[in-house]
Design a protein around this ligand. Structure first.
Ligand SMILES: [Zn+2]
Length: 581
């Protein structure tokens, strides 16, 4: 294929080899890409630039109007990414993607395309206009699925310092170290990728020789970039400057915040650093600036929605959402608040951190260092005439008692607990020291939840999961037809796009309340809950697998299933008892 492309690419250049060599030396001296120097030479046509790059970089030159472009290759990238990096996929093999690029030295572009396509990129060179025309020709705008937020072609990113103060993310101070410029570039590139691929977290991890950058997308970490080890300090310093942290201090964990924006998107990042054996590691959590999804969008069935609505429209009471970190508890709380919101009620939230802005609500940031703890903020809020209060998390007895008190005295309180199941949440409250009478008096609904990746709707197809996986879920091997995503540009070839909630909704019926009063065992309470119609996490998950919303593998990843016991919840319970969860 190389030879074919090379043959197509042969042509006469308008630049002599000597001239290109001179320009290449110039580029190196000025620390800019050869492409930039060539395109700055006004006398050169795009064709001549492409020819020159081809000869100098020994990259095949292609003419897009005379070669066939495989539609399977085109589908590997979204139109948006192709336009942004001025590139067009031409050929596809299981491991490789041949990519026409205006600037084959653009590592950033290659990196993004490799990340999006899960293929190694083999660059070939073509003229800029040729490629842009090719994109128009081969991508029909309508067939490219929208992936939510776009950063369009503009990748001007600025960091906001304070309210009006804007800091340019590209800003470099000439007096700083020479390695600062690449660090500034890398930092901007990482933030852009996080927006582009809708990552929830960015991990920057120093290793013995290099730095690994990983992005968490739909709950799963993926390798994005490897940077040379010497960038460790400049890159970390850059991030720490943006987050207003102490750059000299490298031996203690620090946390801060970065607010940055492109032309049309603002992102808010919570930054935390941790000293490790190879230097500081930074994790940047991307806080949602988008609107909370609707409850239906989270994956609630109609029955579940009715249950939530009933609890949500009580004048007072407590709704608890439980699950491990990353199970989407706060998204559910935001969605519930958004549903309850109206101009005639006062909604106040206490959070750590404030993950999303909620229009029309007063949001309070907990600050333990300054003494603004959950409990203290909650007391203050109660003097502010609230109707609905959201407490980010109940971590201690003090917060729990004020929250329960509030729920008894005319307020609707929403909060989260860090437990695996809904029944375990009741156990946890008793363990914390909350009196059974308090729990039974105000708790309306306990929701346990997980987030599973949703099958990409653009490439969904039938499949047969492994018998072992089906056995684990206690599903019959020849049951319903099941689905998975085959992989396409819309889902970056993961087969998944977006996530769906898996829920377990426990209503405290009179019978259950009696068990709470007696401090009955979790097993006993679960038995009664199941008998009175509570659908356990696993059963809700199986229902969603059957509906083609997620896969067996994904459910096994996010819902803990005990494989020694039969269906129903007893197995789970035994395990919870053993592990103390
Ligand atoms: Zn797909």
């Amino acid at each position: 294929m190389n030879q074919e492309l090379e043959r197509i690419g042969e042509g006469s250049g308008t630049l002599a080899s000597g001239e290109i060599a001179a320009l290449a030396i110039q580029a190196k001296a000025r620390k800019v890409a050869l492409w930039d120097v060539l395109t700055a030479e006004r006398r050169l046509s795009e064709d001549a630039v492409a020819d020159a790059l081809s000869r100098w970089l020994k990259v095949p030159r292609v003419r897009l109007d005379s070669i066939g472009v495989e539609s399977a290759a085109v589908k590997m990238l979204t139109r948006r990414l192709a336009r942004r990096h001025v590139c067009l996929p031409l050929r596809l093999t299981p491991r490789k993607l041949v990519l026409a690029m205006a600037n084959p030295q653009d590592d950033h572009a290659i990196q993004d395309v490799q990340f999006a396509s899960s293929r190694r990129v083999q660059p070939v060179v073509a003229g800029r206009t040729e490629i842009l025309n090719g994109i128009e020709k081969y991508y029909e705008a309508a067939t490219t699925p929208a992936t939510g937020a776009t950063i369009a072609d503009a990748d001007v990113f600025t960091a906001l310092v304070g309210e009006d103060d804007v800091m340019d993310l590209d800003h470099t101070d000439p007096s700083q170290l020479p390695e600062t410029a690449p660090a500034v570039h890398a930092c901007r590139r990482i933030l852009l990728a996080a927006v582009e691929f809708q990552a929830s977290d960015i991990h920057i991890e120093p290793g013995p020789e290099d730095i690994r950058v990983r992005l968490r997308i739909d709950g799963v970490l993926r390798d994005y970039l490897e940077l040379p080890g010497w960038m460790r300090t400049p890159l970390l310093s850059r991030i720490k400057i943006l987050a207003k942290l102490d750059i000299v201090q490298q031996r203690v964990p620090q946390d801060g915040r970065i607010k940055a924006k492109t032309q049309d998107i603002a992102i808010d990042l919570r930054v935390s650093t941790l000293p490790t054996q190879y230097g500081e590691k930074a994790v940047l959590r991307v806080l949602g600036s988008t609107r909370a999804p609707s409850l239906a969008g989270l994956g609630l069935s109609n029955d579940e929605m009715t249950l939530v609505d009933a609890a949500l429209h009580q004048p007072q009471g407590l709704i608890l959402v439980t699950g491990p970190t990353g199970s989407g508890k706060s998204a559910t709380l935001y969605s519930m608040l958004a549903r309850r919101q109206s101009p005639d009620i006062n909604i106040v939230t206490i959070e750590d951190p404030i993950e999303r802005r909620l229009a029309g609500a007063s949001q309070v940031q907990v600050d333990d260092k300054a003494g603004a703890t959950f409990a203290r903020c909650l007391r203050a809020i109660l003097r502010q005439d609230p109707d609905v209060i959201m407490v980010g998390e109940i971590r201690d007895l003090e917060t729990a008692e004020i929250a329960f008190q509030a729920a008894m005295t005319g307020h609707l309180v929403l909060s989260t607990l860090h437990t695996n199941g809904s029944v375990a949440a009741v156990d946890r409250l008793l363990d914390l020291g909350v009196k059974p009478a308090m729990i039974t008096a105000v708790t309306d609904l306990v929701i346990a939840q997980r987030l599973a990746r949703r099958i990409c709707t653009s490439c969904r197809g039938p499949y047969v999961p492994s018998p072992a996986a089906l056995r684990k879920l206690h599903m019959p091997p020849n049951g319903d037809e099941l689905h998975r995503g085959m992989g396409c540009a819309a889902c970056a070839h993961t087969g998944y796009r977006g996530r769906i909630g898996i829920f377990e909704m426990l209503r405290l019926t009179p019978e259950l309340k009696e068990l709470v009063r007696r401090r009955a065992s979790e097993a006993e309470m679960t038995e009664v809950a199941v008998r009175s119609g509570t659908r356990m996490l696993r059963d809700d998950a199986i229902a969603k697998v059957k509906q083609g919303l997620t896969t067996v593998e994904e459910v096994l990843r996010v819902v803990r299933i005990d494989d020694d016991h039969g269906p129903a919840a007893d197995g789970l319970l035994q395990r919870r008892r053993l592990t103390g969860l």
